[in-house]
Write a protein that binds this ligand. Structure first.
Ligand SMILES: NC(=O)c1ccc[n+]([C@@H]2O[C@H](COP(=O)([O-])OP(=O)(O)OC[C@H]3O[C@@H](n4cnc5c(N)ncnc54)[C@H](OP(=O)(O)O)[C@@H]3O)[C@@H](O)[C@H]2O)c1
Length: 256
């Protein structure tokens, strides 16, 4: 199975890094972009992947469209496609039907997140009407190499994108907001970041192993009137729930 990555930005690199770590040979991956040749050279140096400035998409079993959304449909129209390829777009707000209007091999719209680089990603997969069972399995297995997958559709994809594709940035925003408290107390910035990230990672692990509602998990940590309880009260007074709701709704919204 050879893979062409069209686009060599942060999402493309994250996927390539994760796939290589999962055992895919660098010789099976070719990367291309629009103009930045030095970026391709650097990626080839770092990961040992192939690069090209003049790709022929029909030479590849899997083509991942990892460019900005506004370039996807023009790119699709300009290329010649085989009928048995797996075509995956990771672009926000592009639908399988829009792609399948121009190709007959079926299209999968995937929404991964950058933690795929460490094989801890969360990817939504929206399968077009023309995608065969075999291609569904192939796409699910490919993204399963770099984390968890969930099937999405027109109704759920924008919210999956907000909650998984965009949310690493929300979490970094939270870490950035927590850090000064620790650095002011005397930790260096790197230790502060490690402390917060490890606390988040452990909490995420616990959430993945627990089925009780989050309210109950909070009670496990927050004795009434104790330090956690008082801190949670401050978050509620500042309406963190409303801020998170509005952030996700804004990210899910298609820009006019
Ligand atoms: N970043 C994320 O966390 C994330 C998460 C989920 C989904 N996505 C989706 O992934 C896509 C890429 O995001 P990104 O953050 O990686 O963007 P990015 O860092 O801006 O990279 C975009 C890449 O696409 C290339 N490109 C643009 N037009 C092209 C064309 N016509 N042919 C070939 N290459 C082309 C650019 O090449 P040049 O530099 O040479 O122009 C660049 O390498 C977007 O559609 C986004 O919605 C991103």
């Amino acid at each position: 199975m050879n893979i062409l990555m069209v686009g060599a930005g942060s999402m493309s690199e994250s996927l390539v890094k994760g796939w290589l770590d999962s055992g895919i040979s660098p010789q099976m991956i070719t990367m291309t972009n629009r103009a930045d040749r030095s970026r391709l050279f650097a990626l080839a140096e770092q990961y040992g992947v192939r690069t090209t400035a003049e790709e022929q998409v029909d030479q590849f079993d899997v083509v991942v469209l990892a460019m900005q959304p506004d370039g996807v449909l023009d790119y699709i129209k300009q290329q010649t496609w085989r009928t048995d390829q797996l075509v995956v777009s990771v672009a926000a707000h592009i639908t399988p039907a829009e792609i399948e209007a121009h190709i007959s091999c079926g299209a999968v719209c995937a929404m991964p997140n950058t933690p795929v680089a460490f094989r801890t990603g969360m990817t939504g997969l929206w399968f077009g009407d023309l995608v065969s069972d075999e291609k569904r399995q192939q796409a699910t297995a490919l993204f399963g190499r770099v984390g968890e997958t969930v099937e999405t559709n027109a109704a759920t994809m924008p919210y999956l994108m907000a909650a998984a594709g965009c949310s690493p940035a929300f979490f970094y925003e939270i870490v950035g907001a927590m850090t000064p408290v620790l650095t002011k107390a005397g930790f260096d910035a790197s230790s502060a970041r490690r402390i917060i990230a490890q606390a988040m990672k452990g909490s995420a692990e616990l959430l993945l192993h627990e089925e009780r509602p989050t309210e109950e998990l909070i009670k496990d940590v927050a004795a009434p009137g104790g330090p956690t309880d008082r801190g949670v009260r401050v978050l509620r007074e500042h309406d963190l729930a409303q801020a998170m709701y509005e952030a996700l709704m804004e990210s899910a919204r298609e820009k006019n």
